[in-house]
Design a protein around this ligand. Structure first.
Ligand code: 4NP
Length: 155
């Protein structure tokens, strides 16, 4: 789960997906990262934490890290929160970039619409609730789609 800062959107995506994986008893591994590195080592934004807590999900122990080329070796599917994030992933990954592994998260809900999860960073709390709901729906779709496969993306 990748966004720019790894403090607002992708920590929610990691927490939400982790919650669903545990609930379904799946053996998937999920992580999150950011492409801009400005907040490396920081806990998620207080409003991301607040909104997650209100929905029963604790993301307080997460710490921001940078997306790195080796993430293409470690993960089968890389979900970007927005199209500008995909551009950054391409730039960071260089030769490791594999377009077959990169997906825009909201295309799981609205295929082909190329909709971004909006960056809530500059706005007030309602923006974080909206982001939570969007990511929650997309994660439900991913679990529905792949939970019967032993490998996400495999048959
Ligand atoms: P995120 O939000 O990508 O959802 O974590 C942002 C947080 C910080 C910045 C940009 C986006 N920033 O430029 O500091």
């Amino acid at each position: 789960m990748v966004c720019l800062g790894n403090i607002c959107r992708s920590p929610l995506a990691e927490g939400i997906m982790e919650y669903k994986i545990a609930r379904q008893g799946l053996s998937w591994q999920v992580d999150s990262a950011g492409t801009n590195g400005y907040h490396v080592g920081e806990a998620p934004h207080r409003l991301s934490q607040k909104v997650a807590t209100a929905r029963g999900i604790d993301i307080s122990r997460q710490r921001a890290r940078n997306f790195c080329p080796e993430d293409f070796d470690r993960f089968d599917r890389i979900y970007a929160m927005a199209e500008d994030v995909i551009d950054e992933i391409k730039w960071i990954a260089g030769k490791k970039f594999n377009p077959a592994k990169v997906f825009l998260l909201m295309n799981e809900v609205y295929p082909g619409k190329d909709m971004d999860v909006p960056d809530p960073w500059y706005g007030p709390e309602p923006g974080y609730h909206k982001v939570f709901d969007m990511i929650d729906t997309a994660c439900d779709r991913i679990v529905e789609k792949y939970s019967k496969s032993r490998v996400p993306g495999g048959e």
